[in-house]
Design a protein around this ligand. Sequence first.
Ligand code: AHR
Length: 657
Amino acid sequence: MRPSLCISLLVVAIGHAVAPSQEQANPVVVHVDVAHPGAALSPQMFGVFFEDINFAADGGLYPELVKNRSFEFSEPLMGWHETLAVNAQGLVGPKGEMDVRGENPLNATNPHYLRVRAYELGYSFYNTGFRGMGVQSGAEYRFSAYVRSMGPKSIRATVTDAAGKVLASGKLEGFTGRWQRYETVLRAEATDDHAQLNLILDNKGEVDLDMVSLFPVDTWKGRPNGLRKDLVQLLYDMHPGFIRFPGGCIVEGRQLLTRYRWKTTVGDIAKRQTIINRWNDEFDQRPAPDYFQSFGLGFYEYFQLAEDIGARPLPILNCGMACQFNSSETARMEDLHEYIQDALDLIEFANGPVSTPWGKLRAEMGHPAPFQMEMLGVGNEQWGPRYVERYKLFAAALRAKHPEIKLVASAGPAPYGEPFNSMWTAWRELKPDIVDEHSYMSPEWFLSNTHRYDKYDRSGPKVFVGEYAAQTAGMARDDNRNNWRGAIAEAAYMTGLERNGDVVRMASYAPLMANVHAWQWTPDAIWFNNLRAYGTPNYYVQSVFANNAGTRLVPATPRAENGLYTSAAMDERTHELIVKAINTTADRMQTEIDLDGSGVSGTAKATVLESADLNAENSFEHPRAVTPQQESAEVHAGRLAVALAPYSLNVYRIPMQ
Ligand code: AHR
């Protein structure tokens, strides 16, 4: 059955030159060659890339509410303030004093602590959190601290709003002269997104404090030191095939001294050494002097997160090179063994038996079973001969000891030109399993590059499109928007990734998360404040693709023509054909999906993500302005007639016999 048509099809795709309106005389026919399925698709095709940028970890996914809980920031009292009050002499001032000390610390990797001296009863000080603290009415928060007392026997804690109203309160007591951890649970009586934690001494005297924490009890899966529930939920809902962590340039550091070292991020959280976050002072226009890494979210928690959301873990390790956009500091070849040993030990930590030292630590932390790590990135966004030399040493050691681990190598910061070309020349010879390409480009670039992978060498390394995002204003610009214009261009591009699923094995949007009060980089897939989070249109594009990734390619034509982009795959587990059709034009597009020769009839499930407004965005006020809608469509004798809405991503899941 062919629907009768007399609508105008304005063949103007976003980013294409405006062409005159013309009648759509016949429906566009998409042929899907169901009789000739192609290559198996990667079960990890569409995943997520997590980096601690934009306060995505501390101040985000890691829901500690106290900033600088261990007094290890460069300004050791950052985040902490004394409460001024009228004292016994009638003067306005604090009733005591506090300073940061280092003698007899809690432990060697957490060498500073707070010394508090109360001259009068009621000495009080407070922490303002990461741009305020978010507390929910009725929710419980675990208040804890390591305390060593030279007198005072208790500390009161209150959570207050900006007007000073007490929202929650509790007390730690029974201190001794030795470091010991104390905790109590506070229940919030009201919701506030800019609360603060106040600590009050009801006795005179001195007391030492470290690891002062206010942490939601209700974390993802209720884990102590767990992750922020609403943010993990958004990841879980995507069903990502993999999670790449911990970055990003954070892996590299601005100097080698501040590179990411996974070993300092596991074990007792009180012993994890806080360091500066490399995004702290990266952008002059968006300074973040209070951006550090507590590593409360460390490699154990990343592996656990991967398991929780059903994603394969893809850790990326420093290869002996600091960020090449910053110091470009490089470890000497003769010192590289330490970095390589870190990689070997990481595999033991993730996968080794509990009888091994690192496997034992994993078990002690609560996970005796292996984490099933299968891939490892050697270096983040590196390039040049120094990288190649260092990669060779890593690869030799890793291949010899762990041939089962797939190695990921970088093609540099851009998807074309130099150093991209010379990196690919090197990789064709050295054969890492997967090459990581990064594309921060305009929406127009994404639309006109959907054929990019058609010509890739099928016998060379596979491709990981490890970081990509449409930059609606330009690379690293603050006025980039997470709007539908960028998102639909990414959707069109992703059909090209999927169609080339024999060579493109994985892809992830970047960056993943941003705190609205403290971001450095935009666009980002998920935005959050102290209490709430929402997915952008870009997030929903990722989600629709990841939730509808098939297991085997099916040829579909046309692939990219007149603003229509298509791809098809079979889901052999559910016996469904999945057809994706992206209409990037301003007009409704009558389309007939012809399942060549299949003769199948039935009801297809349709998922439609659309907006007539290319500037449409989601927000806290309208978190679902651009979100997928579930519909259905009838298939008759192998044909599905649909009208693709202007600017729409459409996915049809068609049951096959
Ligand atoms: O995603 C933001 C940054 O972009 C990453 O840290 C880096 O790998 C790339 O340059």
